[in-house]
Design a protein around this ligand. Structure first.
Ligand SMILES: CC(C)(COP(=O)(O)OP(=O)(O)OC[C@H]1O[C@@H](n2cnc3c(N)ncnc32)[C@H](O)[C@@H]1OP(=O)(O)O)[C@@H](O)C(=O)NCCC(=O)NCCS
Length: 182
């Protein structure tokens, strides 16, 4: 299947999108395909988790999805000593507001061409413009697959530095919106 990458846009998922054809090339990623096919639009419409899709708007039939990111409200338990130069009054708190990347996937045909980073940058922009000016939100969090840790690190995420997290199968990673965007 060829794709005209000049045409691709990011927009919220629609009921009419073709959610079946995303190809990730590995059995381990089947849950990401099942979520897109069975749940993403329902969760979007039900205000549970919002999904943004990479599509070609000029596609003649139902637009096939080439990548997607799903976002929802969350929180992170973090010892702010991991962050330098923090306001000392904040050190008494353990839990902080965050947006969670619930799902992220790019079709194997488009991987390693900057689309994954593009989906993250789009989400950071959305949070900076639409959430942070109005509602407290300090971090973006993700339960990373082990193979994706380097990808998230390249994009400015850090591993939560507890030993149980570092050795976990799906380590928690976070992006500090204040430090990385001011
Ligand atoms: C992980 C995933 C979303 C990355 O998307 P992508 O479009 O391939 O990544 P990008 O091309 O935007 O890569 C951004 C940077 O991360 C690096 N990178 C990407 N994948 C990497 C990997 N597996 N290991 C190490 N570095 C990686 C790239 O080299 C690039 O660095 P550069 O800007 O210096 O060149 C994609 O590979 C994917 O969908 N994988 C299958 C599903 C999955 O693992 N999802 C994440 C669930 S937590």
């Amino acid at each position: 299947m060829s794709v005209n990458t000049n045409n691709l846009i990011l927009r919220p998922i629609w009921a009419t999108d073709d959610t079946e054809k995303l190809s990730l090339g590995n059995q381990a990623f089947v849950p990401l395909k099942i979520f897109l096919s069975n749940d993403a639009f329902n969760f979007h419409r039900s205000e549970i988790a919002k999904t943004y899709v990479l599509v070609d708007p000029q596609a003649k039939q139902r637009p096939r999805i080439w990548g997607y990111i799903t976002l929802m409200c969350s929180e992170i338990e973090i010892n702010l000593h991991q962050l330098t130069g923090e306001n000392s009054r904040l050190l008494q708190y353990k839990v902080f507001p965050a947006i969670k990347i619930a799902r992220l996937a790019v079709d194997k045909v488009l991987q390693r061409q900057g689309y994954g980073k593009g989906l993250l940058d789009f989400s950071i922009g959305l949070i900076l413009q639409k959430i942070m000016p109005h509602v407290g939100c300090r971090f973006i969090v993700v339960d990373s697959k082990k193979d994706s840790v380097s990808f998230y690190q390249q994009c400015g995420f850090e591993l939560l530095d507890t030993s149980s997290n570092i050795h976990s199968d799906q380590p928690l990673m976070f992006f500090d919106l204040r430090r990385n965007t001011q």
